[in-house]
Structure formats: structure tokens, C-alpha cells
Design a protein around this ligand. Structure first.
Ligand SMILES: Cc1cc2nc3c(=O)[nH]c(=O)nc-3n(C[C@H](O)[C@H](O)[C@H](O)COP(=O)(O)OP(=O)(O)OC[C@H]3O[C@@H](n4cnc5c(N)ncnc54)[C@H](O)[C@@H]3O)c2cc1C
Length: 384
């Protein structure tokens, strides 16, 4: 067994770390209050990102991207998550975010939707969740009924990120109510300017994301805009979810590492009752736990990514990195805040952002309680 990272991955990791330290961390305080600067970052950093070879790093080579493997992506995601200068989700400095489902498109749809997104001409959103179908998406009520060479879609989607900016939505709807998750849900590409599509509300959250509600009222969608075959939607929506969960784990690793980088120097210079915080056992122990958590998460992550790159089934590995990573990074942010005392709550420091973002990560892309429920089935089966 070889625990050494290959040379090219070690260099990639070092280069991104340097980029984050030099270009992003110094901007954190400014970015908090300056929307213009946030929006300008992708253009401002484009040359540097290209010089690093990271432009479109997660887009496959056949579509013009750098086509990094999962292990390499883990290096990028974990390093860039050490900073709050970038949004926690939908990071645009490496090129437009591309929903992996779009890679399954063929023919005209590939050009009009996938390639248009990659070229930055169109934005998309992913519309699966509904008011009564969040953790349990198979309970969705939005219906798509075939009518000649069209489908007619009716329903309401909720919590859809970027719906207000999107040119089109990847909408999941029931095409066979008897089958539902087992072949009764289908994905569609719906242009947001189609008659009957309306963004009706948005939710102000404790994080930067402002997801919206979309109403579909007798929306006619050409059959050519169906994603894959009828009934494949649920499988498609789940198929990219492993990589999303590995991304969560990688983000968590970056957050835990940064919490240590913040908490340790602070504890070494802050004196109370005549002694440095770093000398107190109650401060040392959470730091040790963060250190061990980072090590455990790194091993789990690299293993999950390695299996992913070999084309092995890494579903349970992906569950573990998301559950462990989301929980322990939130805990690290909480302890980092405790060590800093009152100043830990300040927007001058990135800690409160990590605290809010990591709490939200436990809910999105599969709430950890649901992941635990599914992982429990595997554990009970395996050790039964
Ligand atoms: C910021 C943000 C962005 C989002 N973006 C998108 C998007 O772009 N597209 C999209 O389709 N969706 C999106 N979502 C929706 C997200 O995926 C759902 O919020 C999530 O799946 C949880 O669904 P829910 O909110 O309806 O919670 P519910 O399903 O009502 O669950 C509530 C709580 O109960 C727990 N729970 C539920 N069932 C069980 C069970 N069986 N056992 C134990 N505990 C259980 C859950 O863990 C959860 O904590 C977004 C949500 C947020 C907050």
C-alpha cells in the first residue's frame, strides 16, 4: 500500500494552496460587504486560473475542459474551501458551473444547452425539490403528460438555487405515478421564458444562496427536450450525487484545516488569567480533535476518490465523507468560534461564515439524517 500522493497531485495541491493564500484569503474581509467585488472576481482572476491550468477543471476534456480526475478535484475543492472569499456553492472563478446531467445530452440539445453553459452563454438551475418532496424526492407531484410531440408540465418546485438567473431549468416530473422512483420520473430541459413558467418567490436564508420557487402552469415542452429516455430521471438525478457528496467532504476538509490555522495562532497569543489559551487543556483538546478529524477525513476522501476514479461503486464511501465531513467541519467552526470568544462572531473573521455555511451543508444535497438512514441499511446488511 502506498500512501504517497503522486507528484503531479502534490504539485497541484501546493499550487492551489499558494493561489488561495495569495489571491483569495487577503480579499475575504472586502468581499463580505462588496457585492461588486464578488461579481468581478471571476474576470479579475481568470488569467491566474488559466495559468494554473484550472479553467474548467471539472469539465471533461471532450467538452473543452481540463478533465481532472476525482482525486485531483478533491485537491482543488479542499484547498479552495479554506477561504470565504468564494461562495460556498456555485463557484465561478474556474468557469461556469456545469450540472453533470447535461453531459448526458446528445445532438442539438448538447449544443443548445450543455455547450451554451460551458461557453458562458446560458445558465441553468436544477429543479427537483417540492414543498412536500425534499428529503423524499420520489414523492414529487409535478406531472409531465405526453401530448403528441410535447409534454405538458404542471407543478411547483421549491428551493431552486439560481432559478431567478437561469435561462433554463432541468426539471424532474412524474411521467408514471405507479412507478415513481422505479422508472416513473423523467427529466426535462425547460427554457425559463416558456409560457407558463414563473419564478414566484425566493427565500432569504442565513447563507448567501437565495433559492426560489418556480410554478409550471401547463408548460409545453418539446419531446426533444426530454433528458434521456422516459422514466430515467430519478436514476440520472442520483447518478452524479456521489461526486457531489465527495465534494462536500473535500470542502469540509478545507474548512477544518482553516479553522486550525485560525484557532492555533490566536490561542498562542491570547492570554487570560495570566496564561495563553493554548496552554489550557480545554483549548488543546478540540484542536487535537480537529487535527484527527482532518486526518481521518483526508484518508476517507482520498480512498473514496481513488475508488471513483477506478470506476468502482463508492456510494457508501461518498455517504461517509459527507456525513463525517459535514458534521465535523461544523463542529470545528463552532470550536474555532469558542476559542476566539466574542471576536469569533465578527464578520471581520471568516469563522461565522464557515459556521453558517457548514450548518447548511448538513441539509443540502441529501440531509445527513437521510444519508445515515441509508448507510444504516448497508451496515445492518453487511454485519448482520
Ligand atoms: C440553500 C438550499 C439550496 C437548495 N438548492 C436546491 C436546488 O437547486 N434544487 C433542488 O431541487 N433542491 C434544492 N434544495 C432543496 C434541498 O435539497 C432540500 O431542502 C433537502 O433535500 C431537504 O428537504 P426539505 O427541506 O423538504 O426537508 P424535509 O424533507 O422536510 O426534512 C426535514 C428534516 O427531517 C429530517 N428527515 C426527513 N425524513 C427523515 C427520515 N426518514 N429519517 C430521519 N430524518 C428525516 C431531515 O433530515 C431534515 O432535517 C436546496 C435547499 C437549500 C436549503
Amino acid at each position: 500500500m502506498d500512501f504517497e500522493l503522486p507528484e503531479e497531485l502534490r504539485l497541484l495541491k501546493e499550487n492551489i494552496r499558494r493561489f488561495v493564500d495569495r489571491e483569495l484569503i487577503p480579499l475575504e474581509r472586502e468581499v463580505v460587504n462588496d457585492i461588486k467585488l464578488q461579481k468581478a472576481l471571476p474576470n479579475r482572476l481568470r488569467d491566474k486560473v488559466e495559468a494554473l491550468g484550472l479553467w474548467l477543471f471539472d469539465v471533461p476534456e471532450e467538452f473543452g475542459g481540463a478533465g481532472l480526475g476525482m482525486l485531483a478535484k478533491v485537491m482543488v475543492w479542499s484547498e479552495i474551501s479554506r477561504t470565504t472569499a468564494l461562495p460556498a456553492r456555485y463557484i465561478e472563478i474556474f468557469g461556469p458551473p456545469v450540472s453533470p446531467i447535461l453531459y448526458t445530452l446528445e445532438g442539438e440539445a448538447r449544443e443548445n444547452y450543455l455547450m451554451a453553459v460551458i461557453r458562458g452563454e446560458k445558465k441553468s438551475c436544477f429543479a427537483q425539490t417540492e414543498a412536500d418532496a425534499g428529503s423524499d424526492p420520489a414523492a414529487m407531484r409535478t406531472m409531465a403528460v405526453r401530448d403528441g410531440d410535447h409534454y405538458v408540465i404542471n407543478g411547483v418546485k421549491r428551493f431552486i438555487t439560481n432559478a431567478d438567473e437561469a435561462d433554463f431549468a432541468q426539471v424532474f416530473a412524474v411521467t408514471d405515478p405507479e412507478k415513481r422512483a422505479r422508472g416513473g420520473i423523467t427529466g426535462f430541459l425547460v427554457d425559463m421564458n416558456t409560457p407558463g413558467v414563473k419564478v414566484t418567490a425566493s427565500y432569504d436564508l442565513m447563507i448567501d444562496d437565495k433559492p426560489c420557487e418556480i410554478v409550471f402552469d401547463n408548460v409545453r415542452v418539446p419531446v426533444g427536450n426530454r433528458i434521456g429516455k422516459e422514466g430515467e430521471g430519478f436514476k440520472q438525478a442520483q447518478s452524479w450525487i456521489n461526486s457531489g457528496r465527495i465534494r462536500h467532504g473535500a470542502r469540509s476538509l478545507g474548512v477544518i484545516e482553516r479553522c486550525m490555522e485560525l484557532a492555533i495562532p490566536y490561542a498562542k497569543q491570547r492570554k487570560t488569567f495570566g496564561a495563553y489559551l493554548a496552554e489550557r487543556q480545554s483549548v488543546q483538546w478540540p484542536l487535537i480533535d480537529m487535527y484527527m478529524d482532518a486526518h481521518k477525513l483526508r484518508l476517507m476522501l482520498y480512498h473514496a476518490a481513488w475508488r471513483f476514479d477506478r470506476g468502482e461503486d463508492c456510494r457508501e464511501d461518498a455517504f461517509m465523507v459527507k456525513i463525517f465531513g459535514d458534521e465535523r467541519s461544523f463542529w470545528a467552526a463552532d470550536r474555532c468560534m469558542a476559542i476566539h470568544g466574542g471576536i469569533g462572531l465578527s464578520k471581520e473573521l471568516p469563522i461565522e461564515r464557515f459556521f453558517r455555511d457548514q450548518r447548511s451543508m448538513m441539509i443540502t444535497e441529501g440531509p445527513i439524517e437521510i444519508l445515515k438512514m441509508t448507510l444504516a441499511r448497508h451496515v445492518l446488511r453487511t454485519y448482520g
